[in-house]
Design a protein around this ligand. Sequence first.
Ligand code: NAP
Length: 247
Amino acid sequence: MVLNGKKAVVTGASRGIGRAIAISLAESGADVLVNYTNDAEAAEKVCSDIKKLGRQAIAHRANVADPEQASSMIQFAVKQLGRVDILVNNAGVTRDNLVVSLRDEDWDSVLSINLKGAFNCVRAVIRPMLKAKWGRIINISSIIAYTGNVGQANYAASKGGLIAFTKSVAQELGSRKITVNAIAPGYIETDMTQSLPEAFREKMLSRIALGRLGRPEEIGSAAVFLASDAASYITGQTIIVDGGMAV
Ligand code: NAP
């Protein structure tokens, strides 16, 4: 129980990687606010799975791209859980297209949710974390931040931006015992990767040293590590969890 009694907020936790992170944190002893935008039923199911582990869980609808909604979510978490020790900025979307055909709204929505969403939540959580003199912020980036990808210029820019954002905030908050790190997952089995064409999937698998896609729980365990005291001297870093795809 390395996170016994810690209070966590995980954005985009109704499914996929966010769900796995929320459950991994709870398995390690944390109480969790499960954020989502659309699927209230899925978020409630995550909460009931967490409660079965003996931990507190609250579902909360908020669009992280909206500064007011992000801020009230953090205030709600502080009110309900007492404080926020761990913030995981996981909410993310793709709107893929070649740059030549990329619409303004597809650029803007990906940047607003993936990058500005993290900023909105971090800005809102800083004061409560400063007050507590302890905190862990974990931003979910992507291996695409390093490699780029055809059809994903908007997504790659948002995820690369998250890594630069992580390094900057880590330097701002280090003296206050708040660490800020990122995780860059490779290809993980979730709704986001389910619709990949078979030929693309085969090509990708041939590039992954471990020869398989990752499981969401494998990102969950990296998040538990970064949130734990075992990672107390790590800040401003990005852990790549990609099965050896980009070595
Ligand atoms: P997913 O299955 O599509 O789930 C996305 C989650 O984000 C859902 O819970 C969704 O909520 C939530 N969400 C979307 N827009 C939101 C918003 N504006 N405000 C709050 N929540 C929002 O995605 P995933 O594959 O688990 O990916 C999770 C994160 O890991 C993303 O940041 C993604 O970029 C990153 N990542 C994924 C992979 C991969 O291979 N899957 C690889 C690298 C990085 P609703 O259910 O309510 O819509």
